[in-house]
Design a protein around this ligand. Structure first.
Ligand code: LLP
Length: 460
């Protein structure tokens, strides 16, 4: 390591809130951000900027914490939601920590299989699975396929008949609960593309059809109510409705629901003031409500499954960028906002542009005692909405060549990245005890040109 400074001589870092940054994040004696023993300046020297850095120990600890907390609370299995971010290394980490994997496409399934995840530890999602994806899932022996529409019942049943197997399926139910952070909205119908509505009778009808098909085995219900959820109230309402529906299935159709998969959505802290419920407390609360609701409904408690994604990989990851330009702009109010342009942007983190997401950012390559100034950290794309961090206080001596780190970018950043403006996607590097490994290498110009067959004929 070029700049290696002993972590033992680290200085306390007031700007690295432990609730937001990876657990190992600190400032070494040079004042540089160090994660899992890796100095961000060394990281950039070796892998270029921008780069995503994942703290392997942090991700594994969170995976283990989730599994233990939910199992202790009564769940049978915790699946890692691959959409948050997947590569074979991640699949290996989470399976070694005892989790299964939730995949939402043939591509995610291919990565999980390549990593050696056994089919029976995989649950397959998607509201419009292609026949090729269904066949791939059946060939892989996935434990559960989650049925999301009437069309799909026939498709999966036919494919299973052709494959000569009986496939266990869950039905994704739409219970009319939509949750986000502290709020949830409960309605009779939810106006969205996922699942089959309980209120309209579609979910009951789907199950009526499934149980008649010899190539399908109805294993249970799936409900996912939202994302970045900070408390259990939305889950409580969903559990109440799922339990009531389960009872009606028993009473009306004589059907037994063996499993409730209550999805993911557990929130994380991105900025000061974000206060998600602690993992074990959330697990206990959700599972005890499910138990109570099942008792009240007079039904046996089904096996419980969950699918967290963001909460496992999000806080373990940071993005490192290099500052290219610094441009103060005087606003109409007279306030100066300084635009700090970095060498990435909406192609490696679309969440700010897409969801107005908030992030925490720090000067990573050094400490500064300069007065803080109001900045907007922006990318290098040809679009004014290309914002990484909308409002950030950064030292006023910030200059080209400085490195910035953005926290909690492990989830839904690389997985939602693009090549807009033909930018190569950054590498994803994991760090553990001062040693780095390539999770995904940086794209090259050759990668970018590889899909283009080139001009037919070059003019003489
Ligand atoms: N299970 C199902 C069926 C899901 O649809 C999702 C997320 C999860 C599990 C995992 O949710 P998590 O624990 O990661 O919140 N791109 C958005 C998030 C979309 C989540 C979609 N489904 C974002 O960047 O905030």
């Amino acid at each position: 390591m070029l700049n290696s400074e002993s972590s033992l001589s680290a200085i306390p870092a007031a700007d690295l809130n432990q609730a937001i940054w990876p657990k190992s994040a600190l400032r070494n004696i040079a004042g540089a951000l160090e994660i899992a023993g890796v100095d961000c300046r060394d990281l950039v020297a070796e892998y270029q900027s921008p780069v995503y850095l994942l703290d392997e120990g942090d991700a594994r600890t969170r995976a283990r914490l989730f599994r233990e907390a939910y199992e202790t609370a009564g769940a049978s299995i915790v699946y890692y939601a691959a959409k948050a971010f997947l590569a074979t290394a991640i699949a290996r980490w989470v399976t070694e920590e005892g989790l299964g994997i939730d995949v939402a496409s043939g591509g995610e399934l291919a990565v999980a299989l390549r990593a050696g995840v056994p089919g029976h530890r995989i649950v397959m999602h998607g509201n419009n699975k292609a026949m090729a994806e269904i066949e791939m899932a059946l060939a892989a022996g996935v434990g559960r396929i989650v049925i999301d529409s009437f069309d799909e019942i026939v498709r999966v049943a036919d494919a299973a008949t052709r494959a000569g197997i009986v496939q266990q399926v869950l039905v994704r139910v739409n219970v009319g609960v939509e949750a986000h952070t502290h709020e949830f909205i409960a309605t009779a119908h939810e106006d969205q593309k996922f699942g089959l509505s309980v209120a309209s009778g579609d979910a009951a009808e789907a199950i009526r059809r499934i149980v008649k098909l010899p190539s399908l085995f109805f294993a249970g219900l799936h409900s996912h109510i939202g994302s970045q959820i900070f408390d259990a109230s939305g889950f409580d309402e969903a559990a109440r409705r799922v339990a009531a529906f389960t009872r009606s299935l028993r009473d009306d159709q004589g059907v037994v629901v063996r499993e409730f998969n209550l999805g993911g959505g557990m929130g994380i802290a991105y900025v000061e003031g974000d206060d998600p419920l602690e993992v074990a407390a959330m697990a206990q609360q959700i599972c005890s409500v499910v138990r109570t609701e099942c008792e009240l409904a007079g039904i046996e408690l089904p096996e419980l499954a969950f699918e967290p994604g963001r909460a496992i990989i999000g806080p373990a990851g940071v993005s490192i960028y290099e500052v290219g330009t610094v441009k103060p702009i005087e606003l109409d109010s007279g306030v100066i906002r300084t635009y700090v342009s970095v060498d990435g942007g909406m192609s490696d983190n679309i969440r700010t542009a897409l969801y107005s997401a908030d992030y925490s950012v720090v000067l990573a390559s050094r400490v500064s005692s300069a007065e803080p100034m109001l900045t907007r950290v922006v990318g290098k794309h040809c679009e004014s909405g290309d914002i990484v961090v909308r409002d950030a206080w950064l030292p006023s001596d910030i200059a080209p060549g400085d490195l910035l780190a953005v926290a909690a970018t492990g989830a839904y950043c690389r997985s939602m990245s693009s090549n807009y403006n033909y930018l190569p996607r950054p590498a994803v590097i994991s760090a553990h005890d001062g040693v780095t490994s390539v999770v995904l290498r940086r794209e090259t110009m050759d990668d970018l040109l590889a899909l283009d067959p080139g001009p037919d004929v070059l003019a003489p």
